[in-house]
Design a protein around this ligand. Structure first.
Ligand code: AKB
Length: 315
């Protein structure tokens, strides 16, 4: 990767990935784009352009002007929002993806886009969910993610585009809040623990989902993109996870540091239904074998870091 175009650069992953990529590859070599300008770090620290990913011409224009050789396509609606606005989700998630793939095909770019545990559904094995298994999701987000995985494989086989992807679990970070996801509770809980000493969970007790701390997710993206292509049997997309927990477990971990912390429940039926259709814990052995995936943070280590970092920024 020498010159990288990022879409959705102000989102949860993009706002940290842009900074990391600028550190590694040089600020001027990472072109951040988003549909809005927030005047923040990503906008200030290197090239930034407004880009609507559904605008084919505009995406070609920015990619050509900057002569990029890699496209990292992050712009998408997350699961809960997509379920509320399914048609918008289809148009944005699939329209943006096919544009980014077309740019990569014509300009001969390497390509990354995230998939998700949302690509699995209620008929998928729930525990140690294999890399290759049943994928019949019941959410619009999941339909987008499976279609996206297939489309990326198609561009690889048909046109030789070097497409790579990761099936991310819930991502937890102290920098940028996620928006409209099902796993967002596992981020919100830390903010509320610091701000109010209590949290009302919209996900019910006993609901296990895979999660990962953002530094591990960023390393996984860079390591997959730098991996030797001859070693990759799979491409779109690899199961990756760092931990699996249910709300009681994250609350218990927070209580070790904030003893008065209390959690209660007000379950949101629509996000709970999405969570119930997803795996409890996925198997990431293919990612380990094919390109050496590893994670550093478990629930205990992540909780220490989240609380320490948030204590400095929140309040
Ligand atoms: C969401 O909850 O929609 C995302 C995801 C797991 O893809 N965090």
């Amino acid at each position: 990767m020498k010159k990288i175009l990022l879409t959705g650069a102000l989102g949860q992953i993009g706002s940290e990935l842009t900074v990391k990529l600028r550190d590694i590859y040089g600020a001027s070599n990472v072109i951040a784009t988003d549909i809005r300008d927030n005047g923040g770090d990503v906008v200030q620290s290197g090239p930034f352009e407004i880009l609507d990913v559904t605008n084919t011409e505009a995406m070609f224009d920015v990619a050509k002007r900057h002569q990029v050789d890699t496209v990292i396509h992050l712009a998408a609606l997350l699961s809960a929002t997509a379920e509320k606005m399914p048609l918008l989700a289809w148009n944005l998630n699939m329209g943006g993806l096919v544009n980014a793939l077309e740019v990569s095909r014509e300009l001969d770019c390497k390509f990354f886009t995230p998939s998700s545990i949302g690509a699995f559904g209620p008929t998928t094995p729930k525990d140690l969910t294999p890399q290759d298994t049943i994928q019949r999701p019941t959410t619009m987000y999941g339909v987008n993610k499976v279609s996206g995985e297939l489309l990326c494989d198609y561009y690889y086989h048909k046109y030789g585009v070097d497409t790579r992807g990761l099936r991310f679990p819930g991502l937890i970070s102290y920098v940028t809040l996620p928006g409209g996801g099902t796993t967002d509770y596992a981020v919100d809980i830390y903010y509320k623990a610091i701000e109010e000493g209590r949290y009302t969970s919209y996900i019910d007790k006993g609901t296990y989902m895979d999660m990962m701390y953002m530094p591990d997710a960023l390393n996984a993206i860079v390591n997959l993109m730098e991996a030797d292509p001859t070693k990759l049997i799979h491409r779109n997309s690899f199961n990756v996870t760092a931990m699996s927990f249910e709300p009681e477990q994250i609350a218990a971990e927070i209580k070790k540091h904030i003893p008065n912390f209390v959690m209660d429940y007000d379950v949101d039926p629509s996000r709970q239904a999405i969570a119930d259709s997803w795996p409890n814990a996925i198997d990431c052995s293919a990612a380990k074998q094919e390109w050496g995936f590893k994670s550093e943070y478990d629930l205990a280590k992540m909780t220490v870091d989240m609380l320490n970092k948030l204590k400095k920024t929140v309040n």
